[in-house]
Structures are given as structure tokens and as C-alpha cells.
Design a protein around this ligand. Structure first.
Ligand code: FES
Length: 642
């Protein structure tokens, strides 16, 4: 029993000095795979097997890189010392010719790797943004048939089990020892060892290797999503989501932090509500898949820094006030029980690390799923919400920041705004003569959600009813540029010629009689201003990152819109209002729920998890709030592109 982690884990590159940009030249080696000729760049120390699987190159394997199947044979040109396992798998002539087991071969320098055709199909799952992950969960089960003790073999029970697992350096705890003797004897020494990372968490009677499950949680501020995964196949078995039970403490992280600042007892209540939310989802996914929750041996949790702090019962107050300090970037070992989860009592929980107080573990997870650190293109990742997280970069460098966008995109602070639910106008298109609306749920419109708001403003700018400063144009001009719509541009709260208590609005839908503005769904001048503030905050964020990188908007080759709002936002409208840089609309793509996908990847592959931890060294966080140029840059971004 030792405290060592498995010896084959890739070393994580050392932390960069504060303020320095980590470049690929220091942290990458080139591997060329034959016969495909594919070239990949990975951190030194990564195994050839992982470098291949990270880049979708299949190498034969049935053990998923655990070093037990000896099927991952490749021929390497370049200096790679033979491991003890290589000596058992190959003849001396083969070793001299460069044959190695890919999962033991660490790339310390540039290499050429010949990959023989597949004999068996590797177990793999497609997750993330088109990413193929070779299955190698941190959780694993091994069926053991052990010799019974005798007077000539007086190994202890634990020694007997660990000797059968001698390729692993394992530790365990008292709870396992308490039941070990009884389980071994009752099962005639036919048992299954349950392992997570380097911890033996259980020894079960008989062969239970076919039952190994994990749950990936996307712990959002508003919504929490759980996906139950079969870790033996990578298959998702059930998905469930629900509103966070913390909602009564406020809709956003700031109000929840404030609640704790005002009443320290609120921390316990918020932690308990997070646990109840996670536990209910656990019961739901396990129930619908017919899985015993006790067979869930690991969970992964991707949440922003505040939500993660609250779920773990850590005081979030320092996150809410300058200088915005987290309790820890990397969390210590967490048990699923610490999150109140009714799963295996010694199941582990992997919580994604955060870059900063406002670029949290959900973004680390999202970056993992989107492969930002492995793509040669310079890409912009934007997760739009009340707090908007922005990451710019490619496989050589990554910069991250957070911009306070406010609640406009969630329909709050908008006069006729609402959440994206049944009755929300989600798509708006206009010609100079008519307005076309698409409503969620095919029911009569009740309000305007974020994507509809962006569409409406983009359309009004395009038809010429809003000028680029964000003002509705005068009536005569409206009648000239959009004769069929001019009647919708009217006043709320008075006559068109009265200035007291009135506001100019554009009516999207007459609910009652045409002309009854108060009973219509409209967009007001103030709503347009709210959207301008939100989009200017975001555009200022990515402009400052571009400036830091010495690039311009034209250098961005793709925009990834993350999160549920990103899925519904029209790329053309986002470009039209200047929310994202000007580019062909096809290059602005929805990345979907990348936080949840990253959590799944971390459960399915210990290598992907190491990649998420390595991101902490590769991403440089840029704080916007202390920049002297922020206000000027923000004002510059208020206008819509001409
Ligand atoms: S021994 Fe199975 S993948 Fe290398």
C-alpha cells in the first residue's frame, strides 16, 4: 500500500510563471503516425497510446491503455526505452527493431510511429465536440480468482488481493478491511476488486465486472443535468435535468454569495439544497436505467466556482468581492458522499478545477470537450450568461477572461422578456414589410427570450429602423425605409407627440387589438440599450484578449458558442449586432452543452482528465476589472457595426 498514483500517468507540465504565456515550443513534441501520415503535437511524457487516442487514431487495445492486454503494439522510430512489459511482449530482435507497447511508450522527443492494422475494435465513445475518447475510466473492476491461504501461504487478506493487482500501486481504507475477510471466505476467494484511480474502494463477492457506472453532473446556476454512464462501454444510459433547488436564494451567483454574506447559516442551507438536487437526479437516472445507485463508483462535477464552492460547503464570500479569490484552484480528494450522493459509499468525485473566480470548472470542462487546446486554428469560445466566459487561442496558447454581461440574454431586465420556455419568441425575422416570429411550443407568444431579443435587434438594424448607435429612427425615416413596419414603431404610455412618461417601442406582436401597445409584445428603447450593454461587455472581453495576443478580429477562424443559449442564438444575428467578430456565419457554431460533455469525458478517460488538469497550466487568465482601458473599450463597443 502506498500513496503513489499510477506510474503511467503523464507528468503535468510545471506551472508557468505568473503573467507569462505558455507556448507550444516548451510543452509539445511532434509524433507522426504511419501509414496515415497524421502529425500530432502533445506534451512530453504523454504515452504514444494517449497521443493517438486524443487525436482519433485507433491503436489496438482491449484494456484501454491499462497495460494488461499487450495488444497495443507499434513500431517506433526514435529513442523510447523498452519498459519491463515490453520485454515480456516482444523478442529481443523486435525490441531492437523499435517495437513497443504504445500505452507504455512515453514520448520524450519527436517520434515516428507505425501503427499496424486493427485486430480488435478499441472500445471508444464519441463525446464532446466530435471527440472520440478511448475508454479508460479511472474507475475499473478486476475479477480475481485467488488461492486460499494455507500454513505455507500466510499472506494477509489484503496482501493476497493486492498481489493479484501488482500492476497497480493501490491504497485502501479501513472500511474495505472491515469486510474483506468475510467477503473473501464467503465467495471462495472469487471476488471483484473495485478501484478508482489508485484507491481500492471495495472488494465484492463473485464477478461484478459487468456492472460499473458513473454519473456526469453539469452543475449549472439555473439548471443541473445528470448523465448516467455505463463505464464498461461508454454508453450513456439515462439523462435527467432539473432546476437547482438553490433558486429561492437568487437566480445568479452574486445573489447566492450575498445570501451567505448576510447570513452565515445560508451556507449550510445552500449546500444542503445542492446535495438534494444532485441526489434527486441520481435517483432519477438510476431509476430509469434500472441501475442500483450503489454500483455508481465515480461521479464528475463541472460547475462554476461559486456553485462548486457551495456544493462542497466552502464559504464563497471571497469570490464575490475584489480581489475575487478562490479557496483552491485544484480541489483535494472529494468523495461522492461529500456531495450528499446516495451512491457507493466510497465512490470518488472528480470536481473540475477552475481558472479563476469567474472562469470556473464548467469552462475547464467545456474547453476539454471542445478540444480548444488541440486545434491549430485560432478559435474564440464564448459561454454566454449573466457572467460570460470567453477563451481565445489555439493549441499553442490560450487566454481566458470573464465579462459581466448582465441578465439581458436570459430575458431578465427586458420589458417583455422571459426565459426560453413555451410561449417565448425565439426567432424573429423581418423584411421592410413584415415580421415573422417563431415561438417555443407553437403557442401564442407571451414574451421574448434571449435569442429572440438578439434576432429582433439585428433585424431592426438590418431593415434600418434602428441606427447603429442603437436609437429608433424618426417616424418619417421609418416610413421611408420600412413602410410595412412603420406602424409598429410607436409610443408606450402616451401619444406619439407627448414626451412625458413615454417610451418608443417596436411592437413585435399585437396580443389584443392592433394599436393597444400596452397589451402587445414589444421591444423598447431601454431594452435595446440593455442588449447593447450586454453585447458591449462581451465584445470588450474578446477584443482585449485579441489585443493581448497581438491579433485582430479577422484572425479568429471559428467562434464556438457554448451553453444552452449558444445553441439557440442565430449566428447571423450575433455577427450583425457585433456580439462576435465579423466572419462568414458558418464559422460561428454552437458547441452545445460542452460542460456536461467534458464531465462525461473525465469519467470515461483518465487521460482526458489529465488533459483537463494540464489546461490549468496552459490557460492564462486576464482580469478585466482592473484594466484602465476597459471603460473606453466598452464605450467603443456599444454601437452596432455599420
Ligand atoms: S497493453 Fe492494453 S493498451 Fe497497452
Amino acid at each position: 500500500m502506498t500513496l503513489l498514483s499510477r506510474g503511467d500517468d503523464p507528468p503535468i507540465p510545471p506551472a508557468a510563471p505568473v503573467g507569462a504565456r505558455v507556448t507550444g515550443a516548451q510543452l509539445r513534441v511532434d509524433l507522426t503516425f504511419q501509414p496515415s501520415g497524421t502529425r500530432v503535437r502533445v506534451p512530453p511524457g504523454v504515452t504514444v497510446f494517449d497521443a493517438a487516442s486524443w487525436n482519433g487514431i485507433a491503436i489496438d487495445s482491449t484494456c484501454g491503455g491499462h497495460g494488461t492486454c499487450k495488444k497495443c503494439k507499434v513500431r517506433i522510430e526514435g529513442p523510447v526505452p523498452a519498459s519491463p512489459l515490453d520485454a515480456r511482449a516482444f523478442s529481443p530482435d523486435e525490441l531492437r527493431a523499435g517495437w513497443r507497447l504504445a500505452c507504455r511508450a512515453q514520448a520524450g522527443t519527436d517520434l515516428s510511429v507505425e501503427v499496424p492494422p486493427l485486430v480488435t475494435r478499441p472500445k471508444a465513445a464519441t463525446v464532446g465536440v466530435g471527440r472520440q475518447v478511448i475508454l479508460r475510466p479511472a474507475a475499473q473492476k478486476r475479477y480475481l480468482e485467488l488461492a486460499e491461504p494455507s500454513l505455507s501461504d500466510q499472506q494477509t487478506d489484503l496482501e493476497r488481493v493486492l498481489a493479484a493487482l501488482d500492476d497497480l500501486e493501490l491504497r485502501t481504507d479501513l472500511a474495505v478491511l472491515r469486510k474483506l475477510g468475510q467477503v473473501l471466505r464467503a465467495a471462495d476467494y472469487r471476488v471483484t476488486a473495485v478501484i478508482v484511480d489508485d484507491v481500492l474502494i471495495d472488494v465484492q463477492p463473485g464477478d461484478t465486472t459487468g456492472h460499473l457506472f458513473g454519473i456526469a453532473f453539469d452543475l449549472g446556476t439555473t439548471t443541473v443535468v445528470a448523465t448516467l454512464l455505463d463505464l464498461t462501454t461508454g454508453t450513456p444510459l439515462a439523462v435527467a435535468s432539473m432546476l437547482s433547488k438553490q433558486q429561492p436564494f437568487g437566480a445568479d451567483v452574486i445573489t447566492r454569495i450575498s445570501a451567505v454574506m448576510m447570513d452565515p447559516a445560508a451556507l449550510d442551507a445552500l449546500a444542503r439544497l445542492a446535495h438534494e438536487t444532485l441526489a434527486e437526479l441520481t435517483a432519477e437516472v438510476c431509476g430509469s436505467a434500472g441501475v442500483d445507485p450503489a454500483e455508481v463508483c465515480e461521479v464528475a462535477l463541472a460547475g462554476n466556482a461559486t456553485m462548486t464552492h457551495l456544493a462542497l460547503g466552502i464559504d464563497p464570500e471571497p469570490l464575490g468581492v475584489a480581489p475575487f479569490i478562490m479557496s483552491a484552484r485544484l480541489l483535494p480528494e472529494v468523495l461522492a458522499a461529500d456531495l450528499g450522493l446516495p451512491v457507493h459509499p466510497r465512490a470518488r468525485a472528480f470536481c473540475f478545477p477552475a481558472f479563476g473566480a469567474y472562469v470556473g470548472g464548467d469552462i475547464t470542462s467545456g474547453l476539454l470537450a471542445s478540444g480548444m487546446d488541440r486545434d491549430s486554428r485560432t478559435r474564440l469560445f464564448i459561454d454566454i450568461g449573466t457572467n460570460c466566459e470567453i477563451v481565445l487561442g489555439n493549441r499553442e496558447w490560450l487566454l481566458a477572461t470573464a465579462a459581466p454581461a448582465g441578465p439581458a440574454f436570459e430575458g431578465a431586465a427586458i420589458r417583455c422578456g422571459m426565459r426560453a420556455a413555451d410561449g417565448a419568441i425565439e426567432v424573429v425575422s423581418m423584411t421592410p414589410d413584415e415580421v415573422t416570429l417563431q415561438v417555443i411550443g407553437d403557442v401564442p407568444p407571451e414574451g421574448l427570450c434571449g435569442s429572440g431579443l438578439v434576432d429582433a435587434v439585428a433585424s431592426l438594424v438590418t431593415v434600418g429602423l434602428l441606427d447603429t448607435s442603437g436609437r429608433f429612427v424618426p417616424e418619417e425615416q421609418a416610413a421611408a425605409v420600412a413602410p410595412g413596419l412603420a406602424g409598429r414603431l410607436t409610443m408606450l404610455g402616451g401619444q406619439a407627440d407627448s414626451v412625458a412618461n413615454t417610451e418608443r417601442v417596436f411592437v413585435l406582436h399585437w396580443r389584443g387589438e392592433p394599436g393597444d401597445v400596452a397589451d402587445s409584445i414589444y421591444l423598447s428603447q431601454r431594452d435595446v440599450r440593455e442588449l447593447q450593454f450586454a453585447k458591449a461587455a462581451i465584445a470588450t472581453g474578446w477584443n482585449i484578449l485579441l489585443e493581448e495576443a497581438g491579433l485582430g478580429p479577422g484572425d479568429v477562424q471559428q467562434v464556438l458558442l457554448a451553453g444552452s443559449f449558444g445553441s439557440y442564438l442565430s449566428p447571423a444575428s450575433a455577427i450583425r449586432i457585433g456580439l462576435v467578430p465579423k466572419m462568414p456565419a458558418l464559422r460561428v457554431v454552437s458547441a452545445g452543452n460542452v460542460a456536461g460533455e467534458g464531465a462525461k469525458m473525465a469519467l470515461l478517460s483518465v487521460r482526458e482528465r489529465a488533459g483537463a488538469l494540464a489546461l490549468l497550466q496552459e490557460v492564462r487568465y486576464v482580469e478585466l476589472s482592473d484594466r484602465a482601458d476597459f471603460n473606453d473599450a466598452f464605450v467603443d463597443q456599444l454601437a452596432f457595426p455599420g
